[in-house]
Design a protein around this ligand. Structure first.
Ligand code: ZN
Length: 365
């Protein structure tokens, strides 16, 4: 563990050093050329401005605001290909996250492979500077959320076209909301357990059918089930959320997950008719479609106008930073699963939390 952390720190230091140098270089160019950085107006749609950014803000890493209303600076990208992962839907340019999120994905991929999973297919993380997106996701705005496919990585490199078009397989019957037994495997359970084992990970969102399957079948240590929360969708991918990181004083934490494994009446609610009623107001605009710059934290304007790094490569997480690290430790139920959860643990906003939850608005992804 210590070896891993040391190596990771070195990798991050060299990466952040590069980011800082490129930020300085660009800032110097701006100062000398007297260029005006375009200003955003309060009424501008945030999704348009953030969706137009190809590169992160070249500053120190910082998440600002809330998972569903915020942005982030100092983002880094995960490489499109690593020894233990492949990123999907490359055209979306959502391979960006807080450096801790990116290094955690890399570590999860390596640990998962060491434990027998063929490798990760990565879905959306965040836009380069976060913020609301033109399509999909209510959250994923502050670089601390990532989607990972339940479909194992194939043993060949997918073409860019395949990464756009390959469809993922749902593990859940959409009528019964139960897991499709012939598709569910113990390896899926192990992958989720491993993801939940990291202290940084505060929540993992899965379809209620998957949560129920875990509730019904996990034996031994069940403490990690507390982090695994049922939510709409998430039948072909799971969503990993980490907590606010040091250096982000404006990152807004969420409420704690309720105590216990969550295999209770809050789960039973998902197997009633209520959560699946048709949307009564399908044409109502989604939050991301009306969110203006004024509704985001003020600091997000500075994030928008911050300089670019010199290149994507300069801010892409070093693949070899992980590849040289020796085989990962197996998930140790005693240490990892039993890790006490921090009291500041965050929750995914719209997830019903306690008792019999009230219906909330449904996301579109
Ligand atoms: Zn997600």
């Amino acid at each position: 563990m210590r070896g891993y952390r040391t190596l990771m720190k070195q990798a991050m230091r060299s990466l952040l050093g590069r980011v800082a140098r490129s930020a300085l270089a660009v800032a110097a160019v701006l100062a000398f050329s007297g260029l005006n950085v375009p200003q955003s107006n309060a009424q501008d749609l945030a999704k348009t401005l953030f969706g137009a950014k190809d590169l992160p803000a070249a500053t120190a890493p910082q998440s600002i605001g809330f998972y569903s209303k915020g942005c982030f600076a100092g983002g880094v990208a995960i490489a499109t290909d690593g020894p233990t992962w492949q990123a999907m839907r490359l055209s979306r340019n959502r391979r960006w996250g807080h450096p801790t999120m990116i290094s955690l994905i890399e570590k999860l991929s390596r640990d998962a492979v060491a434990g027998g999973w063929p490798g990760l297919l990565l879905g959306d993380i965040s836009q380069p500077r976060g913020g609301p997106m033109l399509t999909g996701h209510a959250s994923h705005q502050i670089g601390l959320d990532a989607d990972i496919w339940f479909t194992p990585m194939p043993d060949r490199r997918l073409s860019p076209r395949e990464r756009e078009n390959m469809s993922a397989t749902s593990l859940v019957n959409e009528k019964t909301h139960r897991v499709i037994e012939k598709l569910w495997t113990p390896a899926h359970e192990r992958l989720l357990k491993r993801a939940a084992s990291y202290p940084e990970v505060e929540r993992i969102l899965v379809n209620p059918g998957i949560k129920k399957k875990l509730c019904d079948t996990v034996t031994g240590d069940r403490s990690w089930l507390r982090k695994v929360r049922p939510f709409w969708g998430h039948d072909y991918h799971f969503h990993v959320r980490i907590g606010c990181q040091p250096g982000s004083p404006d990152c807004k934490r969420q409420a704690a997950t309720p105590a216990g494994d969550g295999c209770d009446k809050s789960l039973a609610w998902w197997f009633t008719e209520e959560p699946w009623r048709p949307n009564q107001n399908p044409d109502a605009p989604k939050a991301r479609d009306v969110m203006t710059m004024a509704s985001l934290p003020k600091a997000c304007r500075a994030v928008l106008s911050a300089p670019d790094p010199v290149s994507v490569a300069a801010v892409t997480y070093p693949v070899d930073g992980g590849a040289t690290i020796s085989a990962a430790e197996p998930v140790a139920a005693s240490s990892a699963g039993a890790q006490p959860l921090p009291s500041s643990i965050s929750a995914f906003a719209p997830t019903p939390d306690i008792g019999v939850p009230l219906p909330r608005s449904r996301p579109d992804n």
